[in-house]
Design a protein around this ligand. Structure first.
Ligand code: HEM
Length: 425
């Protein structure tokens, strides 16, 4: 029996990473959603926080950004000084009205027309990475495919030299993930320096890349009473984009592969029905829910589901629970690629809804298209290792064997050369 099936709600510790190492956390969240949907969670070394698990309540918190502020931190476990250093500058920890301005700055590079220009480049990255995966008898799919995919896509969009991509990926990971504070600090200052130099270069010779677009948007005449964006604003938000894109997309893609391997009937359907790709992207996002929770701070007294919340209270919204709310999703624990409608909140909701959602969808869609046309079978060779995190959760390691399909129908007109490799024509 899973730990979530028994025990007092008060004894479950959502701040304990170990709970997220396997899928016990889903049982715990399901119990909270049905028994105490706005639950007060005590903390050994803090004032405690509210846990919101139902779809409608999670949407309510996300949507009411004046009542539920982001600028004191948007997740559990961050140091207040670290948040203070970037609050009111980094999009995700900024409240309106500043948020509207910063969102315009960052959003200028993520409009539908700009995204359309990236389609071929995303498909190219996916195709190249899949070559390596299909070339080896078995590999760790995370390090071979899911980890480099978002880094390569975003570095290419930023117009960074190919030789720097892996370094940037590593610095982004070290800057947020490392247990060692010194490593985190060094990685962040290296990223900071790197971007200050690139910004200087792009000012002298602008291009059509993300950084040039943001520099242009930053210098668009500010109103008389508003200060222009500084280089620090630009750098902090470039780092915010890297951080936002990195683990979430990696976990969605790797978690998607695991789900397909564990649901062979769904995999067979995907292979034979091209129209399933679009709904499959959303079902994978719902199923994996890579962004597990977000946090807000109450700004004025309010009630939620009959509970009284006071100014200063921290409220956590659990997307992973909302995404399996039976009031919204029939048979929520069924992985169903054809699920429609699919009102998951994996990208959040309201003003802070993920600015990179279109790009993430494009990457997952290109991955599924490439997989369904080029891979015949997916076999998990070892048990999957999951990141024990209550914030971004997904597979850390997926040792898999992907056999090439007998006759690949590659969307990029690839052909199999004499050595059995795939190359662009
Ligand atoms: C599967 C992939 C992704 C998932 C699950 C995801 C999830 C999320 C969620 C839940 C939020 C809202 C957080 C909150 O309200 O506090 C968010 C915001 C954000 N995401 Fe994503 N994200 C993904 C991919 C990306 C990509 C590819 C980028 C950029 C290239 C990106 C950049 C951002 C940024 C900058 C924000 C802040 C938006 C704001 O505060 O207005 N994300 N994301």
């Amino acid at each position: 029996m899973h730990a979530g099936d028994s025990g007092q709600l008060e004894n479950f510790d959502l701040a304990d990473p170990a709970l997220f190492a396997d899928d016990r956390y889903l049982d715990v969240l399901a119990r909270l959603r049905s028994e105490d949907p706005v639950h007060f969670h005590a903390e050994a070394d803090g004032p405690g926080f509210w846990v919101v698990t139902g779809h409608a309540d999670v949407a309510h918190v996300y949507a009411n950004d004046e009542l539920f502020s982001s600028r004191l931190g948007m997740r559990l476990g961050t140091h207040p000084d670290a948040v203070k250093a970037v609050a009111d500058s980094m999009l995700i920890v900024t409240d309106s009205p500043k948020h509207v301005r910063v969102r315009r700055l960052v959003g200028s590079a993520f409009t539908p027309p700009v995204m359309r220009t990236l389609e071929n480049s995303v498909k190219g990255v996916v195709h190249e990475l899949m070559n390596d995966v299909l070339d080896t008898p078995s590999c760790d799919f995370v390090s071979a495919f899911a980890r480099p995919l978002p880094t390569h896509v975003i570095c290419s969009f930023m117009g960074l030299p190919r030789a720097d991509w892996d370094l940037i990926g590593q610095l982004t990971t070290d800057g947020i993930d490392s247990d060692n504070e010194e490593v985190r600090r060094e990685a962040n200052s290296e990223l900071f320096l790197y971007f200050s130099e690139i910004i200087e270069e792009r000012r002298d010779s602008p291009g059509t890349d993300l950084i040039s677009m943001m520099i242009r948007a930053a210098s668009d005449a500010p109103d008389a009473d508003r200060s222009p964006f500084s280089d620090v604003d630009l750098i902090v938000n470039l780092a915010g984009i890297l951080i936002g894109a990195n683990e979430t997309t990696r976990y969605a893609v790797a978690g998607g592969l695991v789900a397909l391997a564990e649901h062979p009937q769904q995999w067979l359907k995907l292979q034979s029905e091209p129209d399933l790709v679009a709904p499959a992207v959303d079902e994978i996002l719902r199923w994996v829910s890579p962004a597990v929770h977000a946090m807000r701070t109450v700004t004025a007294e309010t009630t939620l589901h009959g509970r009284r919340l006071a100014p200063g209270d921290r409220v956590t919204v659990w997307t992973a629970a909302a995404n399996r709310d039976p009031d919204v999703f029939p048979n929520p624990d069924e992985f169903n690629l054809a699920r429609m409608p699919n009102r998951h909140m994996s990208f959040g909701y309201g003003r802070h809804v993920c600015v990179g959602a279109r790009l993430a969808r494009m990457e997952i869609s290109a991955f599924l298209e490439e997989l369904r046309t080029r891979a015949g079978s997916i076999h998990l060779a070892e048990s999957v290792e999951w990141s024990p995190s209550n914030f971004t959760r997904g597979p850390l390691r997926v040792v898999a064997r992907l056999r090439p399909a007998a006759s690949p129908m590659c969307p990029l007109n690839s052909r199999q050369n004499e050595e059995g490799r795939y190359a662009h024509q």
